[in-house]
Design a protein around this ligand. Structure first.
Ligand SMILES: Cc1ncc(COP(=O)(O)O)c(C=O)c1O
Length: 380
């Protein structure tokens, strides 16, 4: 019998249906999803508008290649421009976060005719060749991915990047940075750091790539986490929340970066079905003011966490929140899952990552907080 290639340690559960911030297993046990299926669920599982748009599109046409006009692509670009505050940016659509970063880095190299890429400690940008080369996780980098073109600098260290640009600035094609590092354990880039990157990229003609695959799409209360620092990137990369679970990704490109035929391309990217999913997400975000909701629910969640003295180092913005689990409560993620029926994310070592749907309610947050308190109380 053929089997799956075993690369994922699996939780012992089979989810058979989902709605809003809840999922149900095959014995009808309900779980609260504080993990958003890895920051992907943006407008809630199985949102009715999203389902209807995908179903309608499926009845009309699911796929045709990028060799013809696909007007729904322009609808996605327009609404994305409006909601993100970048109405003059250009959209290139693809299928995953790694692919978005791969395209962004390649485009930066085409644009500048340079090769050096600056990335940062603990960065995660995906599994494809250049994206993984810019990822600071040696276990994910195969020998063939190793390259001398990517330079890792310490995260949030303004002096280090200033020094690097003073020596190599004329050779830098791109700086790629997550506004909040996700896989790295929820670490916010400081405003001054992002502003320094913007200044150096302007001074030396390098491309500022904001990896917004996890921290973008309204999750932090602004469309892009980089917006909190008051900077605009030259290229934003997007994926997870963009399709609410339908595989769709994109790069959003500043007007000064000019396209030319065939410099980028993909078979599946921007297909009508993916666009229908992406459009539904943006429409719901707009109609239900989900960015504002994420900001206020995020503040509430953080405030509630702060009332629990054992929880340390609460960090993040909006609905991208992390905290350290003290060693005496090691295994909290597993217990929240097994005993309290709550999904959370994690980062090593012992960081709980919270990435719920942007339309989570106060009541659902209260359920999570009560479970964390009960877990801690069970040790006394
Ligand atoms: C910041 C960031 N960039 C890129 C990626 C890669 O996205 P994908 O798994 O869709 O290729 C991820 C995935 O976790 C991510 O968190």
């Amino acid at each position: 019998m053929a089997t799956m290639f075993d690369v994922y340690p699996l939780a012992p559960v089979t989810i058979t249906r989902a709605q809003g911030s809840y999922v149900w297993d095959d014995s009808d046990q309900r779980y609260l999803d504080m993990y958003g299926g890895h920051a992907v669920i943006c407008i809630g599982h199985t949102h009715s508008h999203w389902v209807a748009r995908i179903q309608d599109q499926l009845q009309q046409i699911a796929f045709y290649s990028n060799s013809i006009r696909i007007p729904i692509q322009q609808e996605v670009a327009s609404l994305l421009g409006k909601l993100s505050g970048h109405p003059n940016y250009q959209l290139f659509m693809c299928n995953s976060g790694a692919e978005a970063n791969e395209n962004a880095l390649k485009l930066a190299s085409f644009h500048t005719n340079r090769k050096l890429i600056v990335s940062f400690t603990k960065a995660f940008h995906g599994r494809t060749s250049l994206a993984v080369a810019a990822t600071d996780q040696p276990a994910y980098v195969a020998p063939v991915n190793e390259t001398s073109y990517v330079h890792f600098l310490p995260f949030n260290d303004v002096a280090a990047i200033e020094d690097f640009f003073a020596q190599h600035g004329e050779e830098v094609a791109a700086v790629i940075i997550e506004g909040i590092q996700g896989v790295g354990g929820i670490h916010e880039a400081s405003d001054i750091f992002l502003q320094s990157i913007r200044r150096l990229c302007d001074e030396y003609g390098a491309v500022y790539i904001a990896d917004s695959v996890q921290c973008g799409y309204g999750r932090t209360g602004q469309f892009f986490a980089h917006d909190h620092a008051g900077v605009s990137a030259d290229i934003y990369t997007m994926a997870k929340g963009m399709g609410n679970g339908f595989p769709v990704a994109g790069i959003f490109i500043a007007p000064h970066i000019q396209p030319r035929y065939f410099m980028l391309g993909t078979t599946f990217g921007g297909n009508p079905l993916a666009c229908a999913a992406a459009l539904a997400v943006l429409e719901v975000m707009d109609r239900d003011q989900l960015m504002q909701h994420a900001a206020s629910m995020g503040s509430y969640l953080k405030e509630q966490l702060k009332t629990i003295p054992s929880i340390k180092n609460i960090r993040g913005r909006g609905l991208m929140i992390g905290f350290d689990v003290p060693t005496e409560f090691t295994g909290m993620k597993k217990r929240l899952f097994e005993q309290h029926k709550i999904f959370t994310g994690e980062a090593k070592p012992e960081v709980i990552r919270l990435l719920p749907a942007l339309n989570i309610t106060k009541e659902e947050i209260d359920i999570f907080i009560a479970a964390v308190k009960a877990d801690i109380a069970s040790f006394s």
